[in-house]
Design a protein around this ligand. Structure first.
Ligand code: ADP
Ligand code: MG
Length: 351
């Protein structure tokens, strides 16, 4: 009886935690950027053009694009949508295959894996003809990437758009002859503080002293969202009296008056219990920025022997708890939630 009760309590706690997660894609501070870019996607310009989102690593480019991609007006306008991540070394053929998959193109009687580059181009071109589409091409390193894909994208003067996300100025400015460049800025101090609060306190509030310490510390994140959410995740696990020592630790390790990101990550990592460290390191088997299913990660962790047995919980539950903990620490980001439960996640390539 007692066991049943405590299990129920655990479940309730789990449920509460899930609903207080900050979903990747909710943006703090870039509301005007989003509004402006939305205008570009939705405007009555029939000629297809590229919108490039440009800025340094972990500035929030993918998050901003995701926010646009899931916007209700965007969903209503663009019936065909695709999202692919390119990264540094890619093969055009493989990219085309992933684009075909993402657009959910129906391929009659052919096996996607066996199709040649030309087959893929032809098939994509045919299926996009007459379609109003939006394609997001994330993490592009060379301006040739879009050039090599372009001929597979039928251009029917119907208002289709392509978003290119990049850290490289040349890619942002010269990938296409019709391009609107959006340079992403750093978060301002107040926005940084709001983002820290979302991650450090979830639903509670800071008292005056914590607010002073928190504001001082977050200022040293120089408006870089990833640093802010990892800091927030770290602070959320600490008792208020520990905030001072974290603040002082960073003051001793400042580089160019900013928090040194590797030392922030090390601190966050060192702060974790051994079992959690193991899980986090194991998740490194997934490719960078890879979207993985939480259920799959749980099964893998259990099958590979990374989960220790617990008296009153099955191993899957323990694994799930570890993953929740990593999410709370912002070391794993939620990609999407389905019926109140986390379905997919990813780990930022910087982590
Ligand atoms: N404006 C923002 N509001 C809230 N969280 C953000 C914001 N920008 C970025 N983040 C968080 O920071 C992390 C890194 O952002 P991301 O979009 O992956 O950066 P980039 O694509 O520029 O490398 C994301 O997981 C996201 O949770
Ligand atoms: Mg990104």
């Amino acid at each position: 009886m007692r066991e049943g009760k405590s299990n129920n309590l655990e479940r309730l706690k789990d449920l509460r935690r899930v609903t207080s997660f900050v979903v990747d894609g909710n943006i703090v501070g870039f509301e005007n950027d989003a509004k402006m870019l939305l205008g570009k996607l939705l405007e009555d310009e029939p000629r297809r053009y590229v919108v490039s989102i440009f800025g340094m690593r972990s500035l929030g480019k993918t998050t901003l694009a995701k926010n646009l991609y899931h916007n209700i007006d965007v969903l209503n306008k663009f019936k065909c949508r695709a999202w692919v991540c390119v990264s540094q070394d890619y093969k055009t053929e493989d990219l085309l295959r992933r684009i075909v998959k993402s657009f959910e193109v129906k391929i009659n009687g052919m096996e996607l894996e066996k199709m040649s580059g030309e087959d893929l181009e032809r098939c994509l071109y045919k299926s996009l003809q007459g379609c109003l589409y939006l394609a997001v091409i994330d993490d592009v390193w060379q301006k040739e990437a879009w050039e090599s894909l372009k001929r597979a994208f039928s251009d029917d003067n119907n208002g289709s758009r392509v978003i290119i996300i990049t850290r490289i100025k040349e890619v942002a400015e010269r990938s296409d002859e019709r391009i609107h460049v959006h340079k992403l800025r750093f978060l301002r101090p107040d926005e940084s503080w709001n983002l820290l609060c979302e991650n450090a306190f979830r639903k509670s509030n800071a008292n005056e002293e914590l607010e002073k310490l928190g504001r001082e510390t977050v200022e040293k994140c120089s408006g870089l969202p990833l640093a802010i959410i990892v800091l927030g995740g770290l602070l959320s696990t600490e008792k208020p009296q520990e905030w001072r020592s974290i603040h002082d630790h960073f003051w001793q390790h400042l580089r160019n008056d900013s928090i040194h990101i590797p030392s922030l990550l090390t601190l966050s990592f060192n702060d974790m219990p051994y079992q959690l460290k193991l899980c986090f390191l194991y998740l490194g088997i997934f490719p960078e920025d890879f979207k993985f299913f939480i259920e799959k990660a749980i099964r893998l962790l259990v099958a590979e022997g990374f989960i220790r047995e617990d008296d009153d919980r099955v191993m899957e539950e323990v694994a799930k708890n570890h993953l929740d903990e990593l999410i709370n620490r912002s070391l794993v980001q939620i990609e999407n939630i389905c019926r109140g439960r986390v379905e997919t996640c990813r780990i930022h390539d910087l982590l």
